[in-house]
Design a protein around this ligand. Sequence first.
Ligand code: AMP
Length: 120
Amino acid sequence: MDSDQSIFERIMTGEIPSELLYEDDQAIVIKDINPQAPIHILLIPRVKIPRLVDADESHQALLGHLLLLAGKMAKQLGCEEAFRLIINNGADAGQTVFHLHLHILANKAFEEGQLAAAFN
Ligand code: AMP
């Protein structure tokens, strides 16, 4: 095992099981193992970019792809009218897996002004 591999890379190779909802040549979408809302999924690029701030111009199309995919997944899951899209950047922001990923959270009442509580 390559110890530098992120948990998400190990999911992509099949070493660690996951509930796969979607995959293409650029990204996978899985259910979060510890859901913070009735719908809680992760959109994960195949390329390992540790944090959003580590992305550069070469990742522009990929980042666009992930945003469009977020909308498509929300529609597929029937939560397109209300969902939160979250990227944690850095340990102090709550990032625990250093392989860029987008969280979609939905089917939970989110109140304006309580963004910081989204993960409590
Ligand atoms: P973050 O805290 O933004 O880095 O998010 C990492 C997310 O990955 C957390 O919500 C975890 O619950 C989730 N996670 C960790 N390991 C797994 C796994 N094996 N399968 C699915 N989700 C995972």
